[in-house]
Write a protein that binds this ligand. Structure first.
Ligand code: NAP
Length: 280
């Protein structure tokens, strides 16, 4: 049995098992299995070190373990080291681990060529914003700006990664939401109540509905069954949008290829991730 999984806390909401198991089945990779691994922070290092001896080929890592994943690995890619976090661990024959970050190239792949020479604005200064800012700079964005609810965090991240800090969102070619705004309301219905909530969500991002129209490309890392308020507004303005599941599939496909050496069936993984019923 070749095992794969995702370490997180909580991890019940993850759509990675559905996505990866569908890919393994489609490629006839019997004997491979991808599972959820709920691991509290206090047990992360011990669990990660035991993966190799437990038959794991590798594992994804999600909230809140991405920085710890980099620390536990004996080798790490340049991207993981520069970002300061890893979302993919691979077990070496001696049981030690290598760390990679596929969040950054996954985002760039999902954006599909809309980056080089363009001005980008990243909303947020947490773990996913780190990967986004680094990835956008590497992909040749002409300027990367960061806005965050807590300005000091945006300023510090901008200084560390060579980006620009802004006190309020400014117009750009590309807008990438790396905050968790929009996650709430994932299961709500539509209607007037929903519109009011959508307006509030945009305000939490420092934006109005009209301002969203100033960005021709809008990506939202938040994933849910219905469009996030940001993507709903961007679509209403006719902007090109990339949703969080496209980004999830893109990073997952890169991890899958690292572990298996096989081309990932991306369309099938996308369908499987979207079919997974939403959970709390
Ligand atoms: P994180 O490190 O906890 O950062 C959260 C960010 O959201 C911070 O910048 C925080 O601002 C901001 N924020 C939270 N609540 C806010 C509010 N009410 N108003 C304004 N800003 C608010 O989280 P993360 O790991 O970067 O993840 C962020 C989101 O991306 C999550 O929803 C996660 O599920 C999603 N994600 C998706 C993928 C994918 O593949 N699609 C990958 C990674 C993450 P402060 O600094 O002011 O607190």
């Amino acid at each position: 049995m070749a095992r794969l999984g995702v370490l997180g806390w909580p991890v019940a909401h993850s759509r990675s098992p559905a996505m990866h198991n569908a890919a393994l089945a489609a490629l006839g990779m019997e004997g491979w299995r991808y599972q959820r691994l709920p691991v509290p922070p206090a047990l992360f290092e011990e669990t990660a070190r035991a993966l190799g001896d437990s038959g794991f080929v590798g594992a994804n890592v999600t909230i809140p373990h991405k920085r710890a994943a980099l620390a536990v690995a004996v080798q790490a890619s340049e991207a993981a080291r520069a970002i300061g976090a890893a979302n993919t661990l691979t077990c070496l024959p001696d049981g030690t681990l290598t760390a990679e970050n596929t969040d950054a190239p996954g985002l760039i792949a999902a954006l599909g060529g809309a980056v080089a020479g363009r001005r980008a604005l990243v909303l947020g200064a947490g773990g996913s914003a780190r990967a986004a800012v680094w990835g956008l700079r590497e992909a040749g964005a002409s300027e990367v700006s960061i806005w965050n609810r807590t300005p000091e965090r945006a300023e510090a991240l901008a200084r560390e990664l060579g980006a620009r800090w802004v006190a309020a969102p400014e117009p750009a070619d590309l807008l990438v939401n790396c905050t968790s705004v929009g996650l709430e309301g994932a299961l709500e219905g539509s209607g007037v109540e929903r519109s009011a909530t959508d307006g509030e969500a945009l305000n939490q991002l420092g934006l109005t509905f009209d301002q969203v129209g100033e960005y021709s490309n809008v990506a939202d890392l938040v994933y849910r069954s219905t469009p996030t308020p940001l993507l709903a507004a961007a679509r209403a303005h006719g902007s090109r949008t990339v949703d969080g599941l496209e980004i999830l599939v893109a990073q997952g496909a890169l991890s899958f290829e690292l572990w298996t050496g096989r081309p990932a069936p991306r369309e099938l993984m996308d369908r499987a991730a979207r079919e997974e019923p939403p959970s709390a």
